[in-house]
Design a protein around this ligand. Structure first.
Ligand SMILES: Nc1nc2c(c(=O)[nH]1)N[C@H]1C(S)=C(S)[C@@H](COP(=O)(O)OP(=O)(O)OC[C@H]3O[C@@H](n4cnc5c(=O)[nH]c(N)nc54)[C@H](O)[C@@H]3O)O[C@H]1N2
Ligand SMILES: Nc1nc2c(c(=O)[nH]1)N[C@H]1C(S)=C(S)[C@@H](COP(=O)(O)OP(=O)(O)OC[C@H]3O[C@@H](n4cnc5c(=O)[nH]c(N)nc54)[C@H](O)[C@@H]3O)O[C@H]1N2
Ligand SMILES: [Mo]
Length: 763
């Protein structure tokens, strides 16, 4: 089980490096295919520049010196596909029934172009027809007002929505009377937020970009930065070049962590001089990280106890005494844990664990980064807390060059949370009520999983999606489709056509909005919006491209006009003024959200401003008022004989549910997404071989078997007992009931499956 995978020196193999010419070629291809080259070149030059717009690609922060960079292949793709010249307007919808559109794949839907007009579904013809904005808002307002309770409405948010739009959206929803704000975080980093809040009192990462410059060791756990956070490779490359150790903890040896050529460093690109990135690769079995990190904690404790000099030289005793709680119970639990269990549940040998523990012990400053490989696991919260336990043992939180770094996904997913997009009363609930003169609801609302169940059961009847692609991003696709179809009204505020537009309630609306790169001009002049990156830096973003259509509204304008239709002319909130001048929204935010005083002035500073992080200052705002060591048993995740642990991943050519192309260059997959990766020996045992076609079934206790058909098998370097494939194609396999303890995040990284020859029943 990947026991021999650790290796100390990766050979310099440029052909297999991430980035480089391949990245440049791919950027040019995607950009040229989508729009006029000149316009795109101008657009790209403005990505992440002080007076430009925030890259919609990911939440990795921008360096202070923006002259140096900053766009990457995949950010360029996201921008190019948003700036496409192709249009999806009334003619397109007249031509295609919704049933036809539903039959197309995600790549086809994304390829059709930008939405240009508000559209309303007409059941009689099974088509979308043009509707005026006023009629659309009136329809939504009427349906909301007709509900028996505000809690029959669901307001979903995806993480591209700006701070300004998110703040108004939650204000509108809470004034209406509900906390039903499920968001993409529920599917994403929720486990990180829950784990960190309990352990260190704040649900965000404690590091800044500068910390990467002085870390001695960086752990990259359950994350594929080469594809999903390409600009992070720049930091990892610099760290590797100055001799920092980089440890990849991942069932796969992802290409971006093997070697990297910076696509904007001309000489390196042309000569193919790649930098090896990870110094160590550990390949646990899927879901094996809790055992793995518990093993590392146990080795640190053993090193301390073997140290004849006594206390203080291995553990950071002063830190533990002054800042933490629960250490003795934690140490006692580690002493009792067996090596046999650690090895069998992690899939990693003790010898390898020792090697990694040495890296940790030899480093004065350690950063631990992680993403979906840890969060989308049943034991994700406990696993992240075990990573934090390890850091706490040596005081690796709250000092330069060290800390916890959950690497966020969507470019403003963290900001949306800060603005109150959360399914319970936000921390600033009282203030919100005071400033805007109402009584905010106090009950717990629906997260994504609860919202699906509520729509299925008829407890929720109106669905509004502020961005995103709810139908495709969620688990249990068959059930989710039925849930959405059971609604009286489904509404999607979107830039591009996607699956969710084809899964309609009895009534349905598509409301097209401006994208990040587009000019947002109101009667008060050009507007900017703000976002918060993964490291809590808030900065402004202003697009300059001409909007894809004259009929588009901005997200803030959509919320304001809907709110006015809903609350009527008697409502005192200045919705029209908010929509006219976003500075007034920011003044409202400054009045309500902690940390945003003087918002309008501070956001003018180049690079924005840092919100701060109490844990970084060693102030612990959790229940215990101290960083908490959390004891967790190692779960037994053994599957019945014959089953594999399937993880669902992103290819290099997609942005979540938007599929730009069918290649996954760094995993050597061309022109195909219907693939499943598995170990050659696991295939052989099943009478299968590379290239065979299979159906995949998933198995949950007391539930009917779920099944997807006709996937191509790829023999791959993956631990025995594990398999991988792409999201969203595999989402029909994930049971709505398979969720992470404590965070309710769907378990999309450990789906119990069997493979069987295509078209045949299981033997
Ligand atoms: N180009 C591009 N950029 C993106 C996105 C995109 O789709 N495309 N999506 C954005 C979003 S919303 C997010 S959340 C991030 C996602 O960023 P990632 O988390 O990097 O995305 P995934 O493709 O889900 O990759 C998960 C990684 O975890 C590993 N893994 C899976 N299971 C386990 C496990 O049990 N243990 C360990 N140790 N590793 C495991 C997988 O092998 C894989 O390398 O990227 C963001 N950036
Ligand atoms: N099996 C499995 N499922 C997963 C995951 C997984 O790893 N495996 N990952 C999960 C994760 S981490 C996440 S974050 C979710 C993502 O879930 P979502 O955020 O809901 O999905 P996206 O695919 O990012 O949404 C794409 C759509 O957003 C719209 N859009 C793009 N830009 C804008 C904009 O500026 N404004 C508005 N209003 N709309 C815009 C476009 O219409 C586009 O079609 O998926 C989750 N689902
Ligand atoms: Mo995400």
């Amino acid at each position: 089980m990947g026991k021999d995978a650790a290796q100390t020196n990766v050979s310099n193999t440029p052909r297999h490096a991430a980035g480089g010419l391949g990245a440049l070629a791919s950027t040019v291809k995607h950009v040229a295919a989508q729009a006029g080259k000149l316009q795109i070149a101008r657009t790209l030059l403005r990505v992440n520049q002080p007076d430009g717009f925030d890259c919609p690609g990911c939440a990795w922060p921008e360096p202070k010196d923006t002259s140096a960079f900053e766009f990457c292949e995949n950010g360029a793709k996201a921008v190019a596909w948003e700036s496409t010249k192709k249009k999806v307007g009334p003619d397109f919808f007249a031509e295609h029934t919704v049933s036809f559109l539903h039959g197309q794949d995600d790549h086809w839907l994304e390829s059709q172009g930008r939405l240009t007009h508000p559209m309303r579904y007409d059941a009689a013809t099974d088509r979308y027809l043009e509707v005026s904005w006023d009629d659309a808002f009136a329809l939504i307002a009427d349906r909301l007002k007709a509900l028996a309770s505000p809690d029959e409405a669901v307001f979903y948010t995806s993480g591209r929505t700006s701070n300004e739009a998110a703040f108004l959206y939650q204000l509108m929803g809470r004034k209406f009377g509900t906390n039903n704000f499920p968001d993409c975080s529920n599917l994403c980093h929720e486990s990180s937020g829950v784990a960190l809040s309990q352990s260190i009192g704040i649900g965000k990462g404690t590091v800044t970009l500068e910390d990467f410059e002085s870390a001695d060791a960086i752990f990259v756990i359950g994350q594929n930065p080469g594809t999903n956070h390409p600009r992070m490779l720049t930091e990892l490359q610099k760290a590797a070049q100055r001799g920092a150790k980089i440890v990849s903890v991942n069932p796969l040896k992802e290409r971006g962590l093997v070697a990297f050529t910076h696509p904007q460093h001309k000489l390196a690109t042309l000569t193919g001089n790649a930098t090896p990135i990870a110094s160590h690769f550990v390949q646990p079995v899927i879901g094996g990280d809790l055992a793995l990190f518990k093993g590392l904690c146990k080795l640190v404790l053993e090193a301390e106890e073997a140290n004849a000099d006594g206390a203080g030289s291995v553990l950071d005793r002063a830190f533990i005494d002054e800042h933490t709680t629960g250490f003795e119970a934690f140490a006692e639990d580690l002493r009792r844990e067996s090596w046999e269990r650690i090895e069998s549940e992690s899939g990693v040998s003790l010898a390898q664990l020792r090697e990694i523990a040495d890296v940790f012990l030899n480093a004065d400053r350690v950063i631990a980064c992680w993403a979906m490989g840890l969060t989308q696991q049943r034991h994700g919260v406990a696993t992240i807390q075990m990573v934090v336990n390890l850091l706490l043992m040596r005081g690796q939180i709250g000092k330069p060059g060290a800390g916890a770094c959950p690497v966020r996904g969507h470019s403003n997913v963290q900001g949306d949370r800060t603005m109150g997009i959360v399914e319970k009363p936000p921390p600033f609930s009282d203030k919100l009520g005071e400033v805007f003169g109402f009584n905010p609801p106090q009950n717990h609302g629906f997260d994504v999983v609860h919202a699906i169940a509520a729509m299925r059961d008829g407890r929720a009847k109106v669905f509004v999606g502020m961005g995103g692609n709810f139908a495709a991003a969620t688990p249990d696709s068959g059930l989710t489709y039925a849930a959405l179809r059971n609604c009286g009204l489904t509404v999607h505020v979107s830039t591009k056509l996607n699956r969710s537009h084809t899964v309609v309630g009895r009534d349905a609306l598509i409301l097209p909005c401006l994208g990040r790169a587009e000019r947002d001009e109101t009667a008060a002049g050009p507007q900017k919006i703000t976002v918060e990156d993964s490291m809590s830096v808030v900065h402004a973003s202003a697009g300059r491209n001409a909007p894809a259509s004259e009929h588009l509204l901005s997200e803030p304008a959509i919320v304001c006009r809907l709110a006015r239709a809903l609350f009527g002319s008697g409502d005192e909130t200045p919705w029209e003024e908010f929509a006219r001048d976003y500075r007034l929204i920011r003044d409202g935010i400054a009045d309500v959200v902690p940390g945003f005083a003087d918002f309008n002035a501070r956001v003018e500073e180049p690079g924005g401003f840092y919100l701060g992080n109490a844990a970084r200052d060693r102030v612990w705002n959790n229940a215990e008022r101290r960083a908490a060591f959390v004891v967790s048993p190692i779960p037994d995740q053994t599957l019945p004989a014959g089953q594999l642990r399937l993880m669902t991943l992103r290819s290099h050519d997609q942005y979540n549910t938007t599929v730009y192309g069918l290649n996954d260059r760094y995993r050597d997959i061309a022109d195909d997404r219907m693939v499943v990766f598995a170990h050659a020996d696991d295939l052989r045992e099943r009478g299968l071989a590379d290239g065979d076609r299979v159906d995949i079934s998933s198995h949950y206790e007391n539930e009917p078997t779920r099944r997807v058909e006709n996937f191509r098998v790829v023999a791959y370097d993956i631990p025995r007992g594990c398999a991988a494939g792409y999201f969203p194609e595999l989402n029909p396999l994930v049971s709505l009931s398979a969720v992470a303890y404590g965070s309710n995040t769907p378990v999309s990284k450990l789906i119990p499956v069997t493979l069987h020859a295509a078209g045949k029943e299981e033997s």
